[in-house]
Design a protein around this ligand. Structure first.
Ligand code: SIN
Ligand code: MN
Length: 271
């Protein structure tokens, strides 16, 4: 899938692009059945929250081994619609996934993701340059009531903002302080809600400010994320690195597959 000149300019300007209907309803159904299978897995890469222990995040879906491995998510991450778009916005052919995850924001219980830049965590992982992009896939219809993601247009141009470890959430996150965000938002265009039908996708720059609120609706909000880095920007060694499911050590360039591989769930590599 080739981005237009207008889309490339919009990514530069806003720090993100949205693609309605990029994943078909049949593919969404298959991906969702994988989430149902994986949410019962008992592994460190499945993070839970609340008194019911409902899953919040499940990681490392894109590899062909390990407890989170999913051939369907693996295939999707390598399609021209996903990998091809990431290659174009990052301007590099050789990419790998720093991590992949599904966030299950359960109806009523699913909680906030505070304002943050993804590079806030990834710099601490030893990644030297902000040359990454996150590809999001809506696996439910996402609404403002169900805690859809918000993107702050142009905020990637601010560069890195000092982060603090917010321990108040189920998944401890390097977040931007409320003081910083209030000041920044007073000078910024309003946030854009990534609300839409299941199958809608977006890609955003790793310094783009984003956040989402509590799910107050009676429907779950499931979303997948593929976090692409360029192979030449692989992390340097750090003390006490995070586990492999969030800080991948598989730095081999990803090999593309056909768009049909998602439904086939067979990875047929193309040259
Ligand atoms: C994230 O930014 O990592 C997740 C946000 C969300 O799923 O709402
Ligand atoms: Mn994020």
């Amino acid at each position: 899938m080739n981005l237009t000149v207008g889309q490339k300019a919009a990514y530069e300007r806003d720090g993100f692009l949205v693609f309605p209907n990029l994943v078909s309803p049949e593919e969404v159904a298959l991906l969702r059945s994988e989430v149902v299978r994986l949410r019962d897995v008992d592994a460190p890469g499945v993070v839970r929250e609340g008194s019911s222990g409902a899953p919040k995040s499940m990681f490392r879906l894109h590899e062909d081994n390990g407890p989170g491995a999913s051939p369907v998510f693996r295939a999707l991450s390598r399609t021209p619609r996903v990998l091809g778009v990431a290659q174009q916005v990052l301007g590099e052919r050789d990419l790998y996934l720093h991590h992949s995850k599904v966030n299950v924001k359960a109806a009523i219980e699913g909680s906030v993701w505070p304002w943050h830049q993804d590079y806030g965590s990834w710099q601490l992982d030893g990644i030297q340059r902000p040359e990454l992009a996150t590809f999001a896939v809506l696996l439910d219809d996402a609404t403002e009531l169900s805690g859809c993601l918000y993107l702050l247009p142009g905020s990637h141009k601010w560069g890195r903002t000092e982060a603090y470890l917010d321990t108040s959430t189920a998944y401890r996150l390097w977040s931007v302080t409320p003081e910083d965000m209030k000041r920044r938002m007073s000078e910024s265009p309003p946030p854009v809600a990534l609300a839409g039908k299941a199958g809608t996708c977006a890609i955003f720059e790793c310094n783009l400010m984003h956040a989402s609120g509590h799910n107050l609706s009676n429907n779950d909000r499931w979303q997948a994320y593929f976090c692409f880095n360029t192979c030449k920007n692989r992390p340097v060694d750090v003390e006490n690195p995070r586990p492999d499911y969030v800080r991948s050590t598989n730095w081999a360039p990803m090999q593309p597959v056909d768009d049909s591989a998602v439904l086939d769930s067979v990875i047929t590599e193309v040259v």
